[in-house]
Design a protein around this ligand. Sequence first.
Ligand code: RAM
Length: 337
Amino acid sequence: MKKATRFLSLFAAVAVAVALGACAPAAPKVSKIAIVVKSLGNGFFDAVRDGGQEAAKELGNTEIIYQGPSTPTAEGQIEIIDSLIAQKVQGIAISANDRDALIPITKKAMSKGIKVMSFDSGISKDGRMVDLVPSVTGLIGKQQVELVSGLIGGEGEIAILSATSQATNQNAWIEVMKAELASNPKYAKIKLVATVYGDDLADKSYREAVGLFEAHPKLKGIIAPTTVGIAAAGKAITDKKLIGKVKLTGLGLPSEMKFYVDNGACEKFALWNPIDLGYTSVMITNALIKKQATGKDGDVVKAGRMGDIKIGADGGAVMGVPFVFDKTTIEKFSKMF
Ligand code: RAM
């Protein structure tokens, strides 16, 4: 009898333990989201990473893996994605160095269930589920032309100092700039004399800027639609004592441009908030992972403090409107990004 009681209480204890085990919440599953950038060492992408980490913290159970090649090449990004597939990450948000070259590897990732989106610099539609642009491409391109025109008084020679020749984002903006210069009568007296590529490397961008001064002595303005390029051009204009002679605008980080706004090398430039861009990208990748969105036209992602992000045709999404910075606002924004 005693034996039977002991057996029963042991049985009851085991049953309770099993039941408790079944009810206990499963160990939290951590989503690994990789942010893959054009290249490391670029302050713009460091700010994107910070925004991504902020979103991950808010979401909980989310780990950010921040990676990029040392120079902005598609080959470097392909290697990274291959290793992310092996690491079994759940999502990848990438700023692409080439819109087409990455398609086979991102398709491979998606075939393994990894959710892939591009942001900033997109992959063509077959290679990702969503493509988030910081602002409407047409708006960015037109704003750049308007800025340079304002600085040079509506006439004279200008040049573009871009990032890499394969960059999806810069190439799309440049296409708009060229169309705007060719078609808008306001810009009839502005002549685009060269488009050069500094590859988002500070030293190469600096050399390209100096090359422009030498090749085009009548140059009045530079548009550098890259944060690396505009800062390098600011330094080149300063070093070569061309402040006031060659006007500079483009897309820059206030923290990197404050010096050149203060010394007059660059009176006005534009950008969006890269922290917001990283934050929004992680929110969208998370929504894809959690199957709250698939990237189809009409999907809406609840992106925390950025509100609702609407996915449109071909998985395209837009974040907001670019800000313009000048000496009245540079102080405040240079402390943020
Ligand atoms: C550089 C990169 C990035 C671009 C910014 C404006 O940091 O080329 O892709 O969006 O500039």
